[in-house]
Design a protein around this ligand. Structure first.
Ligand code: TPP
Ligand code: MG
Length: 283
């Protein structure tokens, strides 16, 4: 057994991990003067708890067969995943400044063939869960104990393919599948609940045969408890966690801005955002 699995790297607090992830995302956003920064700041706590509490993986061997798979269904959240992969040591910190540039291993939309630790090329929304179902079935056939995590968005709840995959997962009793839904209540044209409401969400997932929890995705303790409960749930159902998150979390002047799918940050504001983040730096 490797000694570098997630559970053995616990000397840095999850709060500090989440803060580092937010900082990495702001630094990358500053490189390009743009990026899906609202999403990255919002999901940082879920990523910290996933990569530094729940997942088993080896930073120096991202394709280790025994790893848990973490699928980024939402390719536009790539900046968020790069931020945690850098923090985890899967990607070197020195490459942070190449974000979005030609020949970078960190293109603005996630590409599996470019980036170690990027399991799938997401971005055509609504497909991650179906891919995760296939992976979870394959791992079961190999008698693997690994979990498949699929990080998807609330906008993807409006895709029919998501619900086809959800039905297949419970039909095949995929208890090694954990779906993480970032419910930031935003999508391209406005609030998700105004565009095409999928509420009541827990009841809907349960009706599709899933174990479902809903927690505050910016409360690290709640996120950790939900990830633990999802893994340990004794039934043979697939599991989902709905995380209610706040776009731009951790940078109050951006949190208060009229939030849209693409949060505009003016050129002088990146440095200000980093300064504000610094003020809340945890140990
Ligand atoms: C199948 C598909 N349709 C449309 C798009 C264009 N698109 C990119 S991001 C996005 C918003 C989707 O909602 P969500 O992921 O919840 O957005 P966010 O929370 O990031 O604002 C859309 C419609 C896409 N990538 N794939
Ligand atoms: Mg959304």
């Amino acid at each position: 057994m490797s000694t570098e699995t997630a559970s053995s790297r616990s000397n840095i607090s999850l709060e500090r991990r989440a803060w580092n992830i937010r900082r990495n995302a702001l630094l990358m956003g500053e490189v390009q003067g743009q990026g899906y920064i609202g999403q990255a700041l919002g999901i940082a706590d879920v990523l910290a708890a996933s990569y530094f509490h729940a997942l088993e993986y080896r930073p120096s061997d991202p394709e280790w067969e025994g790893r848990d798979r973490f699928l980024l269904s939402i390719g536009h959240y790539a900046i968020a995943l790069y931020s945690v992969l850098i923090e985890a040591g899967v990607l070197p910190e020195e490459e942070l400044g190449t974000y979005g540039m030609d020949d970078s291993r960190m293109p603005m939309s996630g590409m599996a063939s470019y980036t170690p630790g990027m399991e799938i090329t997401g971005g055509s929304l609504g497909h991650g869960l179906g891919i995760a179902v296939g992976m979870a079935m394959g791992l079961k056939r190999k008698n693997s104990g690994s979990f498949v995590y699929n990080l998807m968005s609330d906008g993807e709840l409006g895709e029919g393919s998501t619900w086809e995959a959800a039905m297949a997962a419970s039909h095949h009793k995929l208890d090694n599948l954990i779906c993480l839904v970032d419910f930031n209540n935003q999508q391209a044209d406005g609030r998700s609940t105004d565009m095409l409401s999928a509420e009541p969400l827990p009841e809907k997932w349960q009706a599709f045969g899933w174990h479902c929890q809903r927690v505050d995705g910016n409360d690290l303790h709640a996120v950790v408890a939900a990830l633990d409960a999802a893994r340990k749930h004794p039934g043979n159902q697939p599991r989902t966690i709905i995380f209610d998150t706040r776009m731009c979390k951790g940078v109050p002047f951006l949190e208060e801005r009229e939030i849209t799918h693409f949060v505009r940050v003016e050129s002088g504001e990146w440095a200000r955002a980093l300064t504000v983040l610094d003020e809340g730096k945890p140990q």
